[in-house]
Design a protein around this ligand. Structure first.
Ligand code: AMP
Ligand code: MG
Length: 419
């Protein structure tokens, strides 16, 4: 066995490089401006700078009274007698600030209200009582430990980075709105053509012949593409026949930015994918990886179009998308590094018979023992056709090349699955 197998880390580097090159080539035409309400889940490739100080004015963190004296002075003001403060006005959130309080005089302020100039601290309402039942005279219990003021620019200053490049989540939408952005510039969604190859395949809903199986890769890849924020376009099931494959690929190459095929990349008599792609001018970047599942994976480019030929086994198709295609699509949309990989201890010892490839194992996570630390349990499965194992999987643990066994407590890198 003297096959040249590429390390998956090197394969990822090449796949990301192709994604970045496509992103650079698309700059200008690669983004669109969307209202915030339509931007959830979209990829924002450029950092956004704050245009406002946050908060934009000194404001009260409490319902209470704005006091012009420092806490020390206020204590002296009340020494040896009961200090009675005169309430000279009320400032609600949203009202304009008023002239500053004078000695012994305070403004009633609501949380979020702009503070009168010269306010030294806010006495919260819980530590006060009305003097002789009057609401324009107040008595303080001076227990404040902080000034209860949120200063202008304390959270963020104009010109600071408001948000770095990212896929926009609900919090990001809130952050953009808080700085007054009604629109945001996001990457266009790349069109990803999906082709299922195999004479044995039938679409869900059809009747199965004695030697046929349902196409699960097509719908699953379309869902993975969609979940990642790109646009899937399904070209159907294509028979293992050169002319049919060529026809589907020609259409997909004309219409898509990324193409993903499943099946037909191995060494079988009917595995036409690599040679058909090369005949259509798709330049091979790699074929065959030192990984399990996913060894026969093929990747190439034509201009900025990227083509992935994934092995047909459903689990390897799934793993391949997680490890290569997803990161490639993100790089194409100008946002990288979203895979979440944690180093976690195994909940039980683990061993395998051969270690010439990096292996991705579906795992579940559990909190065990004292303190409930998180541990990893590989799920029981019988090879890469057993897609149903993914129903229980929360992550993919990677066993490195050369590692035959790991003890309980030994650490593995776990890629958390996108939910
Ligand atoms: P291949 O990579 O074409 O040699 O296929 C490997 C295995 O995956 C075979 O058992 C195929 O039947 C199965 N397979 C291929 N394509 C699909 C698909 N789209 N959906 C489900 N299973 C598939
Ligand atoms: Mg096949």
């Amino acid at each position: 066995m003297s096959e040249e197998l590429l390390h998956p880390d090197e394969a990822l580097r090449l796949v990301l490089e192709a994604g970045r090159a496509a992103f650079r080539a698309s700059l200008g035409g690669g983004t669109e401006s969307l209202p915030l309400a339509a931007a959830l889940g979209r990829h924002m490739p450029a950092a956004i700078l704050a245009t406002l100080d946050q908060p934009p004015f000194d404001k009260s963190a409490m319902d209470g009274f704005a006091v012009g004296m420092s806490l020390e002075e206020a204590r002296r003001f009340g020494e040896g007698r009961q200090a009675v403060w005169e309430v000279v006005g009320t400032i609600a959130a949203g009202s304009a600030a008023e002239a500053g309080p004078g000695p012994g005089r305070v403004h009633r302020v609501m949380t979020g209200a702009p503070l009168p100039p010269g306010t030294a601290f806010v006495q919260r309402v819980e530590y006060t009582r009305a003097f002789e039942g009057r609401d324009d005279r107040i008595v303080f219990e001076l227990r404040e430990k902080s000034d209860n003021i949120i200063r202008r620019g304390e959270n963020l200053r104009a010109g600071d980075i408001l948000l770095g490049p990212r896929r926009l989540g609900p919090a990001d939408i809130g952050i953009l709105a808080s700085s007054g952005f009604a629109k945001v510039s996001v990457a266009r969604r790349p069109i990803v053509g999906i082709i299922s190859t195999g004479d044995e395949l039938e679409a869900a809903g059809a009747t199965l012949g004695p030697a046929s199986i349902y196409d699960s890769n097509g719908p699953q890849l379309a869902a993975q593409v969609e979940a990642l924020g790109a646009l899937p376009k399904f070209y159907g099931i294509v028979r293992d026949e050169e002319a049919a494959l060529r026809g589907a690929l020609e259409r997909a190459l004309a219409e898509c930015e990324v193409i993903v095929l499943s099946g037909g990349v191995s060494m079988g008599d009917f595995d036409y994918v690599p040679k058909t792609l090369e005949a259509l001018g798709v330049r091979r970047i790699f074929h065959k990886l030192a990984m399990k599942p996913g060894k026969p994976t093929w990747f190439g480019t034509r201009g900025t179009t990227a083509v992935f030929g994934l092995p047909g086994n459903p689990l390897s198709t799934f793993v391949n998308f997680e490890v290569f295609l997803g990161p490639h699509l993100e790089a194409r949309m100008g946002v990288e590094g979203r895979s979440r990989i944690l180093s976690l201890p195994l909940g039980a010892p683990l061993s395998r018979k051969s270690a010439d490839r990096a292996e991705y194992l579906p795992v579940r996570l559990a909190r065990e023992g004292e303190g409930g630390r998180s541990v990893v349990h590989p799920l029981d499965y019988h090879g890469s056709s057993m897609l149903s194992v993914l129903a229980e999987a929360e992550g993919l643990a990677r066993l490195e090349i050369g590692v035959y066994s790991l003890p309980e407590g030994g650490h593995v890198d776990v890629r958390l699955l996108r939910s």
